[in-house]
Design a protein around this ligand. Structure first.
Ligand SMILES: [Zn+2]
Length: 214
């Protein structure tokens, strides 16, 4: 399996090159360059969120707990005095960072569902949904961002597969085939739920207008 350093380097190089191509083709303006590179890079380390106590897991849960604290502050601002409000926000952040993190680490298995094709698609579709409903992005930018998220994610899975090939003796390591999983019989129900969610996402989300016709 590729290590964190390899993943982050390939993700940065890949998303920067893809962003440059999009800018060249006139698909994005200069304000959209950095968000796309950041999204592609984050997606390139996201699958390893399932390996407990790894750098990406800690990083993602730190960002998430900060986001939850900020969201709590904004939601309850004006509804309660500021000192207790700060306390509530802190408690929510601690809950996400320690309790939700331990639960997540307990239920996920490394190279399980998160290292699969439907997971890559689902993260892309979630990007479209959050982009248009929460962040107010245009439809075309939301879908382009989704392509960066799914693309960065798939790049990670492909790298994991490439690293499971032993180049010297051209033999396959035991981990081959466990990174880019399309379906796994032993967890068929989870895959069924994932594929149903992907299908629903494609069905319910508005199709990008203009440069892609679906
Ligand atoms: Zn991985």
């Amino acid at each position: 399996m590729a290590n964190f350093q390899t993943h982050i380097t390939v993700a940065v190089v890949g998303s920067t090159a893809a962003t440059a191509l999009c800018a060249q083709a006139g698909l994005i303006d200069h304000t959209q360059v950095l968000p796309l590179i950041a999204l592609g890079t984050l997606a390139g380390i996201l699958p390893d969120i399932d390996s407990d106590h790894s750098v990406p897991t800690r990083l993602i849960f730190n960002v998430l707990s900060f986001a939850v604290a900020v969201a709590t502050l904004f939601t309850l601002l004006g509804q309660m005095p500021i000192i207790p409000l700060l306390g509530v926000a802190l408690l929510c952040a601690l809950f996400v960072r320690y309790i939700a993190y331990s639960l997540f680490a307990g239920i996920t298995e490394h190279r399980g569902l998160f290292h699969s094709l439907p997971a890559a698609l689902l993260f892309g579709l979630s990007t479209v949904s959050i982009g248009i409903h929460v962040l107010g992005w245009s439809l075309s930018f939301a879908w382009l961002s989704a392509a960066f998220v799914s693309g960065g994610y798939l790049l990670h899975l492909s790298l994991d597969e490439i690293y499971s090939v032993n180049f010297m003796g051209s033999t396959l390591k035991k981990s081959f085939g466990s990174a880019l999983t399309v379906f796994n019989r032993s967890s068929w129900l989870s895959y069924l739920i994932l594929y149903t969610a992907v299908g629903l996402g494609f069905y319910l989300l508005p199709a990008p207008k203009g440069w892609i016709s679906l």
